[in-house]
Design a protein. Structure first.
Ligand SMILES: Cc1cc2nc3c(=O)[nH]c(=O)nc-3n(C[C@H](O)[C@H](O)[C@H](O)COP(=O)(O)O)c2cc1C
Length: 172
């Protein structure tokens, strides 16, 4: 039996270094998800001291760079995605289809497939008033993405709503 795969993607928003692992990655792993973790290059640098602890939650490598064309794909295609936290920068790129790093590449493909996806937007007040921001959120929501702005608990709740088909008893 294969466990459902969750693409867990993170970008560089403040506080991620304190809550990503204990607040989100560990609960998701406990729920039974097989985690395919991909980081933006900036947050990979921020999380460098705890990359080993993140990697210990999954049998799949934690990614932040693209593979060479001659290398096999390190991750299987995930059943669902969580993008948390999502910066203004990465939300803009995702809505426009810009895949200039591995995290945005995998999210862009998932959006194209309309894979179940929860995005935890973490933007400051000034950032949220950027004239393009509301349009970028609308693009994501129109594609079926659940955009939330609370915390990791809200992500866990929304994921259960958008990916109910991922019945864990299929691998129990
Ligand atoms: C300490 C710190 C906290 C930050 N917090 C946020 C944040 O909450 N939201 C945000 O959109 N950008 C935040 N930024 C800015 C992003 O890190 C920056 O735009 C970066 O280029 C985002 O890269 P990424 O989207 O590729 O991870 C923060 C930067 C620093 C240094």
């Amino acid at each position: 039996m294969t466990r459902p795969v969750l693409g867990l993607v993170a970008s560089a928003a403040g506080g991620v270094e304190t809550w990503l692992r204990p607040g989100l990655a560990e609960p998701l792993a406990r729920q039974g998800w097989r985690l395919a973790i991909t980081l933006t290059p900036t947050v990979a640098r921020w999380l460098e001291p705890q990359l080993g602890e993140l990697a210990a939650l999954t049998d799949l490598p934690v990614r932040w760079t693209s593979r060479l064309p001659t290398e096999p794909k390190p991750h299987p295609v995930p059943d669902a995605f969580v993008f948390a936290p999502a910066t203004l920068n990465s939300i803009a790129k995702l809505s426009l289809g810009i895949g200039d790093n591995q995290a945005l590449t995998v999210l862009g493909e998932a959006l194209g497939r309309r894979a179940p996806m929860v995005v935890l937007a973490q933007v400051g007040a000034d950032q949220s008033h950027h004239p393009a921001y509301s349009g970028h959120l609308a693009v994501l929501r129109d594609a079926g993405v659940a955009v939330v702005s609370g915390g990791p608990e809200e992500v866990l709740e929304e994921l259960a709503a958008v990916a109910p088909f991922v019945a864990f008893d299929k691998w129990a």
